[in-house]
Ligand binder design. Structure first.
Ligand code: FIX
Ligand code: ZN
Length: 426
């Protein structure tokens, strides 16, 4: 019996190591977008997860301002010294840096950052990018592309080349930035879209009329023709209040959903990030909050023909989201986002999802901001999910079901991109 058990665990583990993964959400860019594509040891060490962690151990005299005024190399040196030398790099983000160096064949035992930097300085990005994709075994990664960022928009308008391993996603958070609506509307009018505004209680807000909605739709359709996205995407706080927040609801109902339906694209919602909870930390200072997912169920119910990709940040929201995934066929759940991308939580979330959904979900996305992170994020995920799946196949066999190696490979591919692609085509 023990032997059969080992066989199963080896087979599942081998399949997880071999599966080609589709990474459905990252913050990577093509090399042709210049400095936008982050890579190398200093970017890895100054990942915002590690910046926040640095302040859990740094002395009080290291103020946020002092940290931000340092050069990137100085910041990286400080994080290396504090989180890797003075303390054990046990957190998921710190361990990830070690996995990345190790998988690239670099010597980590000597703890010699200088020689690691030297190795990276010799890499040529055009060769290094495919090498990272090969090590991580990814067919393609979906990017995050904002038409509201003038620098980025320029690259798209000038048709800067995009390799096949990177696919765009149209990021539209700005359409919900009602605190700064004046500048959002300005950005759109500058691009030739007649988006109207109104003032309520001293605050500039979108004018919720047919003209504004049709201009937002035109903006979305035109940008989609330019960048050819896989989906539209936006992130929201735990206060996501579809059905209660009038401008948010109407912009979704009358502009985003109609454009998505016209183009046959899903709308991805990432819900639960409390932005600027600690502003001194900038994008590292975000916390998590439980959202009211009844609002999401209203959205799914009101638009049964539109497709939605959803991930939520709060662990407390995961079970309810999985139930929605089972009840609404227009919802596809993806990833263990940000603070959920930790082994213990990935384990729990994946079991929960398999138990309620079978394989019709996407188990993980990397959210990589730095190219090299693809290596560790996927290496760690493969290991954890291999253990989860071994348990699930063992239970299935005990229930009396026989399965082949090919069937295991089919199921594994489904939760790492196959089900996502089937959802897009449906
Ligand atoms: O909104 C997002 O796409 C988030 O993933 C990011 O804003 C966040 O900074 C991040 O990288 C989390 O992993
Ligand atoms: Zn992200």
């Amino acid at each position: 019996m023990r032997n059969v058990e080992d066989q199963l665990s080896l087979e599942v583990h081998r399949t997880l190591q071999e599966v080609t993964i589709t990474d459905v959400h990252t913050h990577l860019f093509p090399p042709s977008f210049g400095k936008a594509l982050l890579w190398g040891p200093d970017e890895l060490l100054t990942y915002h997860y590690l910046i926040a962690e640095l302040f859990t151990v740094a002395k009080w005299d290291l103020t946020y301002d002092k940290f931000w005024s340092m050069t990137k190399v100085q910041q990286a040196d400080l994080i290396w010294e504090q989180l890797f030398i003075n303390h054990g790099p046990l957190s998921e983000a710190a361990r990830g840096v070690i996995t990345t160096f190790h998988k690239l064949g670099l010597e980590t035992k000597k703890r010699d950052l200088a020689s690691i930097r030297k190795w990276f300085a010799q890499q040529k990005l055009d060769e290094y990018l495919p090498k990272v994709f090969e090590i991580a075994k990814i067919d393609y990664a979906v990017m995050t592309n904002s038409p509201f960022n003038p620098k980025e928009a320029k690259y798209w308008q000038e048709h800067a080349p995009v390799p096949d391993c990177l696919k765009p996603a149209l990021r539209i958070d700005s359409l919900f930035d009602f605190e700064n609506w004046e500048s959002v509307a300005d950005a759109m009018t500058t691009q030739g879209y007649d988006v109207r505004s109104t003032t309520e209680g001293g605050q500039v807000l979108p004018q919720l009329d047919g003209k504004t909605f049709s201009e937002i739709r035109r903006f979305l359709v035109d940008w989609s023709k330019t960048i050819k996205p896989v989906y539209f995407a936006a992130s929201f706080g735990p206060d996501f209040a579809y059905g209660k927040n009038k401008p948010l609801t109407e912009i979704i109902d009358h502009a985003i959903v109609p454009a998505a339906l016209e183009l046959g694209l899903p709308f991805a919602l990432m819900i639960g990030a409390r932005r600027l909870a600690n502003p001194g930390l900038r994008n590292a200072g975000v916390t998590v909050g439980t959202a009211d997912l009844y609002c999401l169920s209203e959205l799914l119910r009101n638009h049964p023909h539109a497709k939605f990709l959803v991930t939520v940040l709060a662990r407390t929201n995961q079970h309810e989201l999985t139930v929605l995934g089972r009840v609404f066929r227009n919802l596809h759940i993806f990833g263990c986002w940000w603070y959920c991308n930790n082994p213990s939580i990935i384990d729990e979330m994946t079991r929960q999802r398999l138990e309620l959904l079978g394989t019709s979900f996407t188990a993980q996305h990397s959210d990589a901001r730095v190219l090299d992170q693809l290596i560790y994020k996927w290496d760690h995920t493969r290991e954890i999910i291999s253990k989860v799946l071994t348990d699930k196949y063992r239970d299935l066999r005990e229930a009396g079901w026989e399965f082949s190696k090919d069937e295991i490979a089919r199921d594994v591919r489904n939760i790492f991109g196959g089900s996502f692609e089937a959802f897009l085509k449906r």
